[in-house]
Design a protein around this ligand. Structure first.
Ligand code: PMP
Length: 396
């Protein structure tokens, strides 16, 4: 289907491209070097010698796997060191890592609440949040994106019929590059006696001077949030998810969350890579400053060229709205031909009018590169907007 759609538009399949090395500000695909905007390597730590060395040393010491669930015989000192560092960031009593970010949301949300409870989540929440909510059996309500008045109103309607209530939001939205009003959300949650869970997948290393995420950016006490969640797959150069919270919460998950108890512990090289990434994030804050300056510059330049950057606040995620899936797909294809690798986000991943190109900015991008790419994107979209489309092949 994807291939037929591509053929009808005369474009190549933009999915599953094979990167032949480390994907940073540039990446090699089929022997060609591209300006790269599709990787979450926000601080350029994946592929840095210190992170790679840490992973190699962990392999030498522990092997590539812990060969069991941690509850059985899978615990290694590196897990505890990583969890201690994560807990320190959120100033929580403890933290727990799991082998997948997606599975972390599914298993933790699915496990913490259940029938008789209420989950209210942002309408643009990641699939893993929705899947966790569905698994839980709790009543599920999606509130309009970042609309705190509606959140307040919906909780007012539904809260009294539920035992417990959990509000789930992201600290930084991966499609739009915008953030919630965390201070307001906390006030609303307290009024309705609701717990709060925040997914920091795209905030750690991105928001705040120290890269500590939405609470640092919003100057909010992290202790106001009941469940901090994040991933190791973006800034932290690995894969996996984490939860940070009270000792009681973490202990409960450690002994009973199915995705932790019945799944293998993090591979040692991955835990070591994440730990080394956290250390580098703390030791080299200039990477965070560079990421923030790069993002702001790309946003400003794109806007100056007349591009619609949607809701982006200019922090690592910058969409360029095309208003049409066909224009997005064709623009990505034309840009690839010009040496720029960016993903089109098309219907049904977003509503048709919300089709876009999505740029992930990294601390490694150079200003010249960002300016040149913004110009190329504007030229390409202007050329394509009026091009006729013949989809007769697809209809047959
Ligand atoms: N939460 C959010 C907000 C995400 O964007 C993602 C993945 N991009 C995940 C969770 C899942 O994380 P992972 O890819 O590390 O499994």
């Amino acid at each position: 289907m994807v291939q037929r759609a591509g053929d009808a538009l005369g474009i190549a399949n933009p999915y599953f491209r094979v990167h032949e090395g480390i994907a940073g500000a540039r990446s090699t695909i089929e022997g060609q070097i591209y300006d790269n905007f599709v990787s979450y390597n926000y601080l350029g730590l994946n592929g840095s010698p210190r992170v790679s060395d840490a992973a190699k040393n962990a392999i030498d010491r522990y092997g590539t796997s812990v060969s069991a669930s941690r509850i059985v015989s899978g615990e290694r000192p590196i897990h505890l060191a990583l969890e201690e560092k994560l807990a320190a960031i959120y100033r929580t009593e403890d933290a727990l890592t799991l082998v997948s970010g997606h599975a972390t949301n599914v298993t933790v949300i699915g496990h913490l609440v259940g029938r008789g409870d209420l989950i209210v989540h942002d309408a643009l929440s990641h699939n893993s949040i929705v899947q966790g909510a569905l698994l839980s059996g709790a009543q599920r309500i999606a509130f309009p994106h970042n609309d705190m008045d509606e959140l307040d109103r919906l909780l007012g309607q539904a809260r009294s019929g539920a035992d417990r209530a959990l509000i789930v939001v992201e600290g930084h939205y991966s499609m739009d590059g915008d953030i919630p009003d965390l201070a307001r959300l906390i006030t609303i949650a307290r009024r309705h006696r609701a717990h709060i869970m925040v997914d920091e997948a795209h905030s750690l290393g991105v928001l705040g001077t120290k890269g500590h995420g939405i609470f640092e950016h919003s100057d909010v006490d992290p202790g106001e949030i009941d469940v901090w969640m994040g991933t190791l797959s973006k800034t932290l150069s690995g894969c996996g998810g984490y939860i940070a919270g009270s000792r009681q919460l973490i202990e409960y998950l450690r002994y009973s969350a199915p995705g932790f108890v019945y799944s293998v512990g993090l591979p040692p090289p991955i835990a070591a890579a994440a730990l080394a990434s956290l250390e580098m994030m703390a030791a080299e804050p200039e990477r965070i400053a560079r990421l923030q300056a790069n993002s702001a510059r790309f946003l400003k330049t794109a806007r100056a060229h007349g591009l619609d950057t949607g809701l982006s606040i200019g922090s690592a995620i910058v969409p360029v709205m095309t208003g049409s899936s066909i224009v997005a797909a064709r623009a990505a294809d034309a840009l690839f031909a010009r040496g720029i690798n960016v993903q089109p986000i098309i219907y049904p991943a977003v509503p048709e009018q919300g089709a876009r190109l999505r740029f992930f900015i990294s601390s490694l991008h150079e200003q010249e590169q960002l300016d040149r790419v913004a110009r190329s994107v504007a030229e390409t979209i202007a050329e394509l907007r009026d091009m006729p489309v013949d989809l007769t092949d697809l209809a047959n």
